[in-house]
Design a protein around this ligand. Structure first.
Ligand code: NIG
Ligand code: FE
Length: 425
């Protein structure tokens, strides 16, 4: 069965993202390589051929199983390139306080915020944590997401941070979505440590141990006025690079700090958030290979209106990706479809641009652009099928789940019929 494979046929629109190398910039972001009435041959977990249904059926149709996607939209599965999915519990009091008008910083001072998640992790909630990671990874699949970057960052001491990364690794072995681990020890300075001591601990103790155990591909730093300075971020990311961890940054979210310039200069894989980025940051990102990852769900959930300058970033030539930022404080959604709606309505990206930003460019934001995010011969068969006739309906009908089937490495990992374990390809 694996060798023979199967055909996914009859797609009203097959969004291939073919024809261009590398992440999409400027006018190219909206070019989706659509095949009408398209089909794919899936074999050995990869895409073996792409074309019109007539062509693929004529060339490969004999003796092969056909998954009928008639009338539907077939696209690369979403890559959610920025999440804090490994958290122990929702923060419902924070939510109510914010609705009542308190700010993110005020809530943190009142005992909520990131520190309350940290306390819970340190109090020992291994079971809770692993159950959550498992549950959320499975949920993401039902929304068309097949790859999820997951950060640590709710431990803020060596043992707890390693515990979080081990939980991500262990759950990643049993769920269908691919979990990409990122070390975010530099999320905040913990309350029981001075800034200098903590930065030193991150560099001298945590990074070497995380690297030695192979627990993280990326190192991220929350570079902002309430977290780490540009200088501290540079020290931490430079140390991580020596241990083979690639750089990511939370930058320009609450204040304009210069994090984006640092990211571009260091060749970070991505700088994420960018709500406060101005022309200088946009120019620096446009000239770099660094992906500008936008997280409109966080702006929405915080009840703010200062969305990142997405239009200027795209038009200025930066490679823009979209992600959820799924976390208990600023963005409790796993729905990339909802993120697309926000990016269209609030950031004025076109539906086509959001589809590319959430697939091909997002794949580059986790260093997997040569394997994921496009539906072309040789790419991994990570596919989402949506129960709509036109891809623009995905952001248009907002807050709804249009996903009908999610395929990971050729295997039907979820469909509206339920989760499956059958080997289909
Ligand atoms: O991306 N910016 C920092 N970290 C998260 C929030 C995490 C939390 O509130 O638990 C973010 O918005
Ligand atoms: Fe984040």
């Amino acid at each position: 069965m694996m060798r023979i494979g199967y055909i996914l046929a009859g797609a009203r629109q097959l969004l291939t993202m073919r024809g261009l190398a590398g992440p999409r910039r400027g006018r190219n972001l909206g070019s989706l390589g659509i095949i009408e009435d398209g089909a794919l041959l899936v074999r050995d977990g990869r895409i073996a051929a792409v074309g019109s249904t007539a062509d693929i059926m004529r060339r490969y149709g004999r003796h092969r199983a056909v998954v009928d996607a008639a009338g539907k939209v077939v696209a690369p599965a979403f890559v959610d390139s920025h999440t804090h999915l490994a958290f122990p519990a929702p923060r419902l009091l924070d939510y109510e306080m914010r609705i009542a008008g308190r700010s993110y910083e005020e809530i943190a001072r009142a005992g909520g915020g990131i520190y309350s998640s940290v306390e819970r992790v340190r109090a020992g909630c291994e079971g809770e944590l692993r159950s959550n990671i498992l549950y959320f990874a499975q949920q993401a699949l039902t929304y068309g997401t097949a790859t999820i970057e997951v950060k640590s960052g709710y431990g803020l001491d060596t043992e707890s941070e390693i515990g979080l990364l081990e939980a991500i690794r262990d759950v990643g072995r049993v769920v269908s979505p691919e979990l990409v681990p990122t070390f975010l020890g530099a999320h905040l300075v913990p309350r029981d440590s001075s800034r200098r001591t903590y930065v030193r601990r991150v560099i001298e103790e945590m990074i070497p141990r995380v690297a030695a155990a192979g627990l993280a591909e990326f190192c991220d730093v929350f570079c902002d006025r309430i977290a780490f300075s540009v200088g501290e971020a540079e020290q931490i990311l430079t140390a991580a690079a020596r241990f083979g961890m690639k750089a990511k940054l939370h930058g320009e979210q609450l204040a304009r700090t210069g994090a984006a310039l640092l990211g571009a200069r260091l060749g970070a894989v991505s700088v994420d958030h960018l709500e406060r980025a101005g022309p200088k940051e946009i120019r620096a990102l446009a000239r770099s290979q660094t992906i500008a990852t936008l997280l409109p769900g966080a702006t929405f959930h915080l009840g703010r209106h200062d969305y990142a300058p997405a239009r200027a970033l795209v038009d200025g030539g930066a490679a823009v990706a979209l992600a959820t930022d799924f976390n208990p404080g600023t963005c409790p959604t796993l729905s990339m479809q909802m993120i697309l709606s926000l990016a269209c309505t609030e950031m004025r990206l076109s539906p086509a641009e959001t589809m590319a930003a959430a697939t091909v460019n997002a794949a580059y934001a986790v260093g997997r652009g040569e394997r994921l995010g496009r539906l072309d011969a040789g790419m991994q068969a990570d596919i989402a099928v949506f129960d709509v006739e036109d891809y623009r309906e995905i952001p248009y009908y907002f807050g709804m789940n249009h996903c009908w089937m999610t395929i990971k490495r050729g295997r039907i990992a979820w469909s509206r019929e339920g989760f499956t374990t059958d080997e289909h390809g």
